[in-house]
Design a protein around this ligand. Structure first.
Ligand SMILES: Nc1ncnc2c1ncn2[C@@H]1O[C@H](COP(=O)(O)OP(=O)(O)O)[C@@H](O)[C@H]1O
Ligand SMILES: [Mg+2]
Length: 409
């Protein structure tokens, strides 16, 4: 009897299931993704089981930024002369837009929310320390005032996930690997999760059941350079389904020249953003392409090939050596999963390595646009329960840490 009571009190202390909204705005600055997710505590079995919660996506809503907001966000990311007043206003306005987006999701899919996790909009990220005013400083800045969201929705918000990892010596990125591990780990198959957002990043989950083996890193630009070229040359947001790239010829010498850049050689953990592959990189890239061809399609095909080749290089150098002797699923998510030419080029890059099946997260019931928003729902849940959210091998942090700051409603 005594024993049974002890067991009961243990159960009472266990975390309860929660419905959590994850809000994500990536470096593409295309808009806001909201994922409504049911998260339940890890199921412990008599045999040791990995201590990660179980997730079920209930709904996903994508809300594009209004054109003026997107313009201002991109301007802020390249800030040289942005005033502090304008940045502060943008921070608060984004908070309102995030609240609007959750509101919209709840109107469409009415449900009770327990918690919100908001990544915010990164306007600056510098994962490696730099000498600053006599000290060494790594820093990151995600905008979107959480108080606006908590006040409007009446639900507590976890935000600002990256700083705790930076302060623990990590790069503050990538933070999606915990979700990748929680959802995709497989005892008999290697799983490599590729996100194709503005930047590309990849998580390696070897066929095995230990989160310590999971590592991740940014592979380089995914859509960022492609988007910049079609915007500059055709005033379009992106190369829909990769149609322009499909009509172009790849300028291989430009791809090779770019790949000699240090970033691609650096071993993981490593992270990148607009600081590395933003406006300046894209302008140089386009100028190089134009030396060889005047066709926009060729420049777009070359930018697409750069993304595929950077993944090929990463595979050879860092992924292949870490995989176990088992079949491998390469699972793509993010907006780039809609770019068929990019997928075809990646497929060709990986063909050389054998026994790899290319899938999209849709094949696993997870819409490609919802995955990162789901990750921030999970990370908010972890924080609320007092549990860590980073994987030190992925970010380079010295230890697992509880991420984020909580704003109460
Ligand atoms: N139909 C499509 N065809 C080709 N590319 C697309 C399509 N839809 C989205 N994308 C690409 O995906 C990007 C947005 O992807 P997303 O995963 O939201 O990135 P981020 O996390 O950086 O915001 C767009 O900027 C565009 O480059
Ligand atoms: Mg996006």
């Amino acid at each position: 009897m005594k024993h049974a009571r002890a067991e009961l009190s243990l159960l009472a202390k266990r975390p309860r299931p929660m419905t959590v909204a994850g809000i994500m705005s990536g470096t593409s600055a295309d808009g806001i993704d909201v994922a409504l997710v049911r998260i339940a505590p890890a199921k412990r079995t008599p045999v040791a089981s990995p201590d990660v919660p179980q997730l079920r996506l209930l709904a996903h809503v994508a809300v594009p930024y209004p054109a003026a907001v997107r313009k201002r966000v991109l301007q802020a990311m390249n800030a040289k002369d942005e005033s502090v007043a304008e940045l502060s206003r943008l921070h608060w306005r984004l908070g309102q837009l995030y609240a609007d987006a959750v509101d919209l999701a709840l109107k469409k899919y009415p449900m009770h929310l327990d918690l919100i996790g908001c990544h915010g909009q990164t306007i600056y990220h510098q994962g490696a320390p730099q000498r600053t005013l006599g000290g060494n400083v790594a820093c990151t800045w995600q905008m979107g005032e959480a108080s606006e969201i908590a006040a409007r929705l009446g639900v507590p918000v976890v935000s600002d996930f990256r700083p705790a990892d930076l302060a623990a010596g990590g790069q503050g990125a990538p933070l999606v690997p915990l979700l990748d591990y929680a959802v995709f780990r497989h005892a008999k198959r290697n799983r490599v999760l590729q996100n194709l957002g503005g930047i590309g990043n990849l998580t390696v989950v070897p066929a095995h059941d230990a989160s310590e083996d999971v590592f991740a890193f940014d592979t380089g630009p995914a859509n960022m350079v492609i988007d910049a070229i079609v915007t500059a040359c055709c005033n379009k947001k992106y190369d829909a389904r990769g149609a322009m790239a499909a009509r172009g010829h790849v300028l291989t010498s430009v791809v090779e020249e770019c790949l000699s850049q240090d970033f691609f050689r650096l071993p993981p953990p490593k992270s990148a953003g607009r600081e590395e592959f933003g406006r300046e990189f894209s302008a140089r890239f386009l100028a190089r392409c134009r030396k060889h061809s005047s066709r926009v399609e060729d420049a777009v095909a070359t930018a697409t090939a750069l993304t595929a080749a950077s993944i090929g290089i990463a595979w050879k150098r860092f992924v292949q050596p870490a995989l176990r002797n088992a079949p491998t699923d390469y699972i793509v998510a993010g907006g780039g999963a809609n770019n068929l030419t990019l997928l075809q080029m990646i497929h060709e890059e990986l063909a050389a390595f054998g026994n790899i099946t290319l899938r999209t997260s849709d094949d696993f019931g997870m819409p490609t646009a919802a995955k990162e928003a789901m990750a921030f729902a999970l990370l908010a849940y972890q924080t609320w329960q007092g549990l860590p959210g980073n994987l030190p091998r992925a970010t380079g942090a010295q230890r697992p840490v509880i991420l984020g700051k909580i704003t109460y409603a």
